[in-house]
Design a protein around this ligand. Structure first.
Ligand SMILES: [Mn+2]
Length: 493
């Protein structure tokens, strides 16, 4: 599926509204998309983006109307902004996909010959989802010579932003072994041919850049199969291909096509492709940017992306998102990650029963984990595991509850925490890496994290007195009252 067939699918399903009025990519589109998000509204296709000239502080060259006289391409927003659209984008329900991934992880230790053969079959099936390379991508239909980013309706989303930002890019790089990585790092547009490259120090793209000699080639695909866009946001371990992951989810390989000027491949059906490089020892002030925390992330020095080639499909569609105070569109992408990565987490930490990442915790700030506790101190062991697990290392608050607690029911979780926790005994504070976007820590990227053990405390954990039983009515009484309910004539069910 490419982006335009996804747009048609959304339209057939009543999940898309076409906005035919002129709308300015400077703040107006963001305000409309924000209202759509908060109202659980549809995806939006802005068919007539028109720059009216950005008042107040847009960088030179981008506030003005493009020198190019053709109209700006339409802008797709809020494509992932509901569970229904997320499932349309991924092609199946999250439970179904999580089950499929869990099935793949069960390739463990086959003993008999038959089991070995079956495992080989499953591995072959896995290989069949690996990306395929085709000769020429549809994105080469129109070559923009010289490259000119002002031809794109790049949005400025919040008034204090340092400029316009490309917000849904699939940024492709290779490591020294030639393995491809796809990540989503916002790109602040500085002028016709230059953007910022906001990869955090912990991201795979940044690792590839550190390992490169002088410059690192970069390709940016805009407007891909939504499953590829999602995969670029997923916290896959380094070296695991996002395109393979997308193929697994889609049940069909991603088709890649070579770029024209760099040694990289991008999804062949991408709407728009930028090619270029990032050079060592060159940084530029990036930001501020109205971020998914609901605050501006502060301006800082980041590498610079030089765009040396630009091409697009005929009649391209430009994809964008707005982030801000949750819930926003990215909440659904985060929930997809919560569900799809749970089987992986359980593989390494089998006592984990379920996990919830509250949307208000913006995914790196809070995890609620239910565990099946079978030895003292196990909640603390799980906290350490979470802090040692890929991008979960950033989790500022880890709350651990017993297995029977519904982690998605925040009323139940807060009831357990407020009642079960002795703060001195059951809370741990550790120091370690934090997400770049955390603004509360005294210094960037490093600070304190807290674990809260809200499980029933055992005597071995320093609870010297009896732990009370939970209230539950006598089942005979419950049955008797139910049987006589009609007779009681009460006005509530
Ligand atoms: Mn990666």
């Amino acid at each position: 599926m490419d982006l335009r067939s996804f747009i048609h699918l959304l339209e057939r399903e009543g999940e898309l509204v076409r906005v035919r009025a002129e709308v300015d990519p400077y703040l107006e589109m963001a305000e409309i998309a924000d209202r759509a998000s908060k109202a659980h509204g549809p995806a939006l296709l802005f068919e007539r983006p028109v720059r009216r000239g950005a008042p107040g502080g847009a960088p030179a060259g981008l506030g003005r109307v493009s020198a190019w006289d053709a109209p700006l391409p339409p802008v797709l927003m809020n494509q992932f902004g509901s569970f229904r659209r997320l499932e349309l984008a991924l092609g199946a329900s999250l439970d179904e996909l999580a089950g499929r991934l869990a099935g793949l992880l069960e390739l463990d230790l086959p003993s008999g010959l038959a089991a070995k053969v079956r495992a080989l079959g499953e591995l072959r099936e896995l290989a069949s989802f690996a990306p395929k390379t085709v000769k020429k991508g549809a994105f080469r239909e129109v070559v923009v010579e010289p490259p000119d980013l002002t031809r794109l309706p790049v949005l400025t989303t919040w008034p204090g932003d340092g400029g316009p930002f490309i917000t849904l890019p699939v940024v492709v790089t290779k490591d020294r072994q030639g393995r491809r990585n796809a990540g989503m790092y916002r790109l602040q547009v500085y002028d016709e041919r230059t953007t910022g490259m906001h990869w955090h120090v912990h991201h795979d793209g940044a690792a590839n850049f550190r390992a490169a000699d002088r410059r690192l080639e970069v390709a940016v695909a805009l407007g891909t199969d939504p499953v590829v866009t999602y995969a670029a946001t997923a916290p896959l371990p380094p070296g695991i291909s996002e395109f393979l992951f997308a193929g697994l989810l889609r049940g069909a390989p991603v088709e890649l096509a070579p770029c024209a000027t760099v040694d990289l491949e991008v999804p062949a059906d991408a709407e728009i492709v930028l090619e270029g490089y990032v050079e060592k020892d060159e940084t530029r002030l990036e930001g501020p940017f109205g971020d998914h925390t609901g605050y501006y992330s502060l301006a800082d020095e980041y590498p610079v992306f030089h765009v040396t080639a630009m091409s697009h499909r005929r009649d391209p569609v430009y994809p964008a998102t707005i982030v801000g105070r949750p819930p926003m569109e990215d909440a659904y992408l985060g929930k997809a990650t919560e569900r799809l990565f749970l089987p992986l987490l359980k593989l390494v930490q089998p006592e984990i029963v379920d996990m919830d990442l509250p949307i208000e915790g913006v995914f790196h700030d809070c995890a609620i984990v239910a565990i099946c506790k079978s030895y003292p101190g196990q909640a603390r062991k799980v906290m350490s595991a979470v802090w040692g697990m890929g991008q979960m290392m950033f989790t500022k608050f880890v709350v651990v509850v017993d297995e029977h607690v519904d982690v998605h029911d925040y009323s139940e979780v807060t009831w357990r925490v407020f009642n079960n926790v002795d703060p001195r005994r059951d809370c741990v504070v550790v120091d370690g890496p934090l997400d770049v976007l955390d603004h509360s820590s005294p210094s960037p990227r490093y600070g304190a994290k807290m674990g809260v053990d809200a499980t029933r405390t055992w005597p071995e954990e320093g609870h010297g007195r009896e732990w009370p039983a939970e209230l539950a009515q006598d089942p005979d009484v419950v049955r008797r009252v139910s049987e006589r309910w009609a007779e009681l004539g009460l006005p509530f069910a």
